[in-house]
Design a protein around this ligand. Sequence first.
Ligand code: PAF
Length: 280
Amino acid sequence: MSMLIFQIPEEMQAWALAQRAAGLRIGLVPTMGYLHAGHLSLIDAAKKRSDVVAVSIFVNPVQFGPNEDFAKYPRDEARDLALCREAGAAAVLLPPVAAMYAPDASVYVTEERLGNGLCGARRPGHFRGVCTVVAKLFNIALPHVAVFGQKDYQQAAVIRRMVRDLNFPLEVVVAPIVREADGLALSSRNVYLVGDERARALGLSRALQVASEAVAAGPCAAGEVRGRMAEVLERHALKVDYVEIVDAETLEPAAAAARGHVALIAVYCGRTRLIDNRVL
Ligand code: PAF
């Protein structure tokens, strides 16, 4: 079956309505492109839970701050389309910004609790942009199931909450982080790493490993574990943006580091901001 490529949201929506009318289950994988094995694992997870998989490739300007990397975010449409085809996607949405946002667009979706801390505190407006575009993608692709990666733990929590609170009729699936053999979590932004930064970036997964080992030895104060994680990050010459241990559901800071809590890290490795997390 050949893969359909839509640039116009309404055309994908018409396709989605036809799939539904034919009784088919639609799986959606929203992405910003520059696909890697992590994205392909999301397509795989969607395939297992649906009859036809739609992938969106859209670098969403609304979720980037004014001093962030929107303009230089890596793009490779031809390669992305080939990977989607190979992975068995039925349709891809690849819209220009103007097809997604009218010049006078004035409706946005905000989540007002889970998105306040962590990346939300460091990237004001980020989750408003994410919720808005994901709500739009849900209305365009009309999925029965949508798959996101655990790499963006807070994003997945915010989207689940949006789906619950706005009654989107779909299931959210969160697929595990895919890592390089040495532990580095796959990210489109890893392409920014130059010189010794690739090696230094291993500090994230190593710090999460230290947190996991600390908790395996018995519950301990979150502050103590965060301190040990920060030491690992500093040893790798990473500039800490945040190191947190939070409740897996509420994302509130935990007093004790214990099994089931989540350790989350954001750092700058040179000029590149990297995030990673691990359920303890
Ligand atoms: O995780 C991402 O790549 C983006 O935040 C998403 C969910 C595709 C929305 O633009």
